[in-house]
Design a binder for this molecule. Sequence first.
Ligand SMILES: [Zn+2]
Length: 318
Amino acid sequence: MITSFSWVFGRSMLFCMSFFVLNSSCLHGAALNIVTTTTMITDTVKQIGGDRVSVEGLMGPGVDPHLYKPAASDVLKLSRAKLVFYNGLLLEGKMSDLLDRLNKQGKAVFAVTDNIAHSKLLKPENIQGHWDPHIWGDPRLWTECVETITTILIKHDPSGEQTYQANRDAYIKRLDKLMSWGMEQINGIAPEKRVLVTSHDAFNYFGNAFGLQVVGVQGISTVAEAPLADIIHIVDFIKSRNVPAVFVESSVSPATIKRISEDSGTKIGGELFSDALGTTGEIESYKGMKFDLGTYEGWVGHNIATISKALATPQTTP
Ligand SMILES: [Zn+2]
């Protein structure tokens, strides 16, 4: 009886030990429990944190962060998290009070955009006292958010410093490459056709980064609908500039853009990702670049590919 007990006990111990050896995150204790808001932040924290972190994103693909209201289960997830990352600049408009409250209660809550110099932020013309929150549109500014995330991860998990730094370096290298590739594609569009007409003003940083003139129908938030006068004005603009295509967004209703397309006689060039990533595991490739649509790299890659296909004049052989 005693022998059989020791045998079972010994086997169980052996099993536990091999489990801990196989599961690398167990080597340095439990993974850091992190809750994030948008899909862009969720992916980026995973890229830098690797297996040292366990990341739970509150918003899924196609979810509009301007309108997202936290559910009771979200409050529970946030209260259990060791660290919380959100975008800030009032992107998560309906979560601001909750995030503020958590912060005041001493929870480690961080806006990834916090360290970006105000001189680099854009101010929308039509809203006073409000920065444009769509920072991820410019990979160079997103790189600054990557640095902020890395610094905070190291502060909360100092023994992971080397891992976080190595992951950050590799990630920034990939983002640099993506930026150059994106510039190459947009430079292939005739200068007068580098115009991006979309549902809402989510692409101002993106336009700055890649040299596109941006016309958003709905302003920087999706809360208010576009007035009729604006729609007529945009239709006139498209006709006068002979804009080859307009674009719908994955997280915003396509109704207004469809109407603009019909009224102006301009085609819909495709669906862009604006405030959310696509589905993880869906792979797209274009001009030497391959990307997973559930990643931030996929966000940039898919948008560049869609815009470039719709706006570039097809090459004709003489
Ligand atoms: Zn937006």
